[in-house]
Design a protein around this ligand. Structure first.
Ligand code: NAP
Length: 280
């Protein structure tokens, strides 16, 4: 068996074209949609990611302002800038990029992002609202996993889904979004006793771990759907996921590629959220 590739590229292009049309309507009404990305790192991978968001935004008519406070920015400087952007009526979306300078915790900053501008669902209030069933932006990566599966018509209701990783940005909110689709979800993490026992009985396995090729063929039952959220840089400047794709492709029924799977959908959804925020 060779797994079907669940690409995110065409789907992301569809989302971007919808966003472009909505941005142009807003611009005709005199509203220039604007996304601000706050950066305080000289990490190369992060810089590449932020540039790619900015390029995508500008192509669809969203102004993207990279607010770079430098790798030695203090927590106070970051707090002041995020608060300012939250109050600025010309800014519709605010994202705080990680990593942050050592000693600065994202948790002390994300609460300052106005909930209505929190297009990557990072503020604990935004996360809490969603948990309570109140509309608010979900973290884009978690939403991208569900949107990509639904786009490829992978049934979720009643299915056993193993989510490997319990971060606040991906694993936990993703588990909640899947519960909303009536899936039966098991969340695994670094203390899970028998990871393979959980993943190998799942209909769908999502890897959001940040460990290159952690999951192999033995972790997946034949025919299962595998979503690889991982983006681990390789020495030659490429990217590999959290699953060993060359092994899993022989066992799984379907697999998302890295790159070209969850990543482009995540960026497209961030842009859609920015337009939603601007339209408010
Ligand atoms: P993270 O905050 O580092 O969380 C990693 C999670 O994996 C933790 O819950 C950790 O468990 C768990 N884990 C680590 N080693 C494990 C092991 N051996 N077995 C089982 N679980 C293990 O990472 P993240 O921010 O969620 O990101 C995960 C991956 O997704 C990264 O590769 C990141 O680059 C990628 N990512 C991609 C996108 C995209 O758009 N494609 C966006 C965001 C992130 P503990 O909680 O017990 O430590």
């Amino acid at each position: 068996m060779t797994a079907v590739s669940l690409s995110g590229k065409d789907f992301a292009a569809e989302i971007r074209s919808e966003v472009r049309a909505r941005a142009s309507q807003l611009i005709q009404l005199g509203v220039q949609p604007k996304l601000s990305v706050v950066v305080a790192t000289d990490d190369g991978g992060s810089a590449w990611y932020v540039r790619s968001i900015a390029r995508s935004a500008e192509k669809v008519g969203i102004a993207c302002d990279i607010v770079d406070l430098g790798a030695d920015a203090t927590a106070d400087a970051l707090k002041a800038r995020i608060s300012e952007l939250s109050r600025d009526p010309s800014v519709h979306g605010v994202i705080l990029q990680t990593p942050l300078p050592s000693g600065v915790q994202a948790s002390e900053l994300v609460g300052l992002i106005d909930v209505d501008k929190d297009v990557d669902g990072a503020n604990p209030t935004t996360l809490g609202l969603r948990m309570a069933g109140v509309p608010a932006f979900p973290p884009a990566t978690a939403e991208a996993v569900v949107a990509l599966l639904e786009h490829h018509e992978v049934p979720l209701e009643g299915r056993e889904i193993a989510v490997v990783g319990r971060s606040t940005v991906v694993g936990k909110p993703l588990a909640h979004l899947l519960l909303d689709r009536n899936a039966t979800v098991t969340i695994c993490h670094s203390r899970t006793k028998d990871l393979m026992a959980v993943t190998s009985r799942a209909d769908v396995v999502v890897a959001a771990v940040g460990r290159a090729e952690l999951l192999g063929a033995e972790h997946v039952r034949p025919g299962a759907v595998v979503v690889d959220v991982g983006t681990n840089p390789t020495e030659d400047g490429g990217l590999v996921g959290d699953v060993n794709a060359s092994e899993i492709v022989e066992v799984a029924g379907a697999l998302t590629p890295v790159p070209g799977g969850v990543g482009p959908v995540t960026t497209a959804l961030l842009l859609r959220h920015t337009i939603d925020a601007a339209a408010k």
